[in-house]
Ligand binder design. Structure first.
Ligand code: SF4
Ligand code: F3S
Length: 369
């Protein structure tokens, strides 16, 4: 019997044609599609990749493509990306994508454990060699510390290389798998690395963030499932539809930044009025992620909207790049911050210079603790 297509699976699960088309429209938007990709890039026959709208194109592709096996490996992680995905507040969108895949191996979600689970993984990798999507969550310890993370008695490094060899596509989800994340923070006790530092013979798509935004992950995975290739990537291998702009570019406090109105402490008048959080260490100007537009919890809010500066969680080295409540290098269009950074450069990193500026402003405002 021929394998069911993605659409046939959904239809059998009770999804009406109308709801299917509506969901395809949502998915096209989540994938950042504004026009049909070239036929060659999509890997689809011409009659499927041409269409008047991205939504129609997605619908056509969904009806033609079979489901795709996924192997999901977890190494030095907290399972936060899995948690975020399974608790997503965009159930239609996430369901739509997750029903398009068969998860052949996932330590956190699997009912099986131990030898049985490891055996299933080996079988799946053999059966779907060259076809499965490999998703990696967590960083990989290397060098003399390779043995710091083992699963089933085998090191993470060994397991990653084995699984990547047979994968059609590799997705690193979360900052740990993309850039090393928290495990890589100084003093980096395990010589932690991101997947793309190890797997260099095929493209690794980085969905960075701490955790990765569920809609960004599902939008990227959908692109791979439907078009057989990830969207265009930036210089850090992140999908451009989601990482082309900084958080600052789309920030709802941006008008206050332009007007030079800042919160100087978390409980001052500026904070209460929703002023810009730059002087509290916001890294939005140098952080590329989609949270200011997609937000979290079904578009409810994101860190800056909730009163917290951006930590730069989608950038490499974010834990050592300032951490909580410390400033960053100053953009050159803020003279007072640049001067403070120059003063700080005598004995401090430029990032600490912003903290000096914060303190002097607190002093002059009489708010220093
Ligand atoms: Fe930019 Fe951060 Fe200020 Fe928003 S809060 S405008 S991202 S500096
Ligand atoms: Fe991360 Fe900054 Fe967004 S901390 S979730 S990139 S606001």
């Amino acid at each position: 019997m021929a394998e069911k297509t993605m659409y046939e699976h959904l239809r059998d699960e009770g999804l009406s044609r109308r709801d299917f088309l509506k969901a395809c429209g949502l998915l096209a938007a989540a994938m950042g599609l504004s026009s049909a990709p070239p036929v060659a890039a999509s890997g689809l026959p011409a009659h499927l990749s041409r269409g008047p709208s991205p939504a129609r194109m997605v619908a056509r592709a969904m009806q033609a493509r079979p489901r795709v096996p996924v192997i999901w490996l977890e190494f030095q992680d907290c399972a936060g990306c899995t948690e975020a995905l399974t608790r997503s507040h965009s159930p239609t969108l996430v369901d739509l994508v997750l029903t398009k895949i068969t998860i052949e191996y996932h330590e956190t979600l699997a009912a099986a454990a131990g030898y049985q689970l490891e055996e299933n993984k080996q079988k799946a990798m053999a059966q779907y060699h060259g076809q499965y999507v490999l998703v990696v969550e967590g960083s990989i310890p290397t060098g003399a510390y390779e043995a710091f993370c083992t699963v089933g008695g085998r090191t993470a490094l060994e397991q990653l290389k084995e699984a990547a060899a047979g994968a059609a596509a590799v997705i690193a989800t979360g900052n740990c798998a993309a850039f090393g994340g928290l495990p890589k923070a100084s003093p980096d006790p395990t010589s932690a690395k991101g997947v793309w530092e190890i797997i260099t013979d095929k493209p690794v798509v980085n969905i960075s963030g701490c955790p990765a935004i569920p809609e960004v992950f599902t939008g990227t995975l959908a692109n791979v499932l439907i078009f057989g290739a990830p969207p265009e990537l930036d210089s850090l291998n992140r999908p451009k539809p989601f990482y082309a702009q900084t958080v600052h570019d789309r920030c709802l406090r941006r008008a206050f930044y332009e007007a030079g109105k800042y919160a100087n402490s978390f409980d001052d008048e500026g904070a209460r009025k929703g002023y810009c959080l730059y002087k509290l260490g916001c890294k939005g100007p140098t952080t590329y992620n989609a949270c200011a537009s997609l937000k979290w919890d079904g578009g409810l809010s994101f860190p800056i909207q909730s009163g917290h500066p951006c930590l730069g969680c989608s950038q490499p080295g974010f834990w050592d790049g300032g951490g909580f409540y410390q400033g960053q290098s100053a953009p050159l269009d803020r003279p007072e911050v640049v001067m403070a950074a120059a003063a700080g450069a005598v004995g401090l990193a430029a990032g600490a210079g912003v903290a000096v500026a914060n303190r002097s402003q607190k002093k002059s405002a009489g708010t220093e603790e």
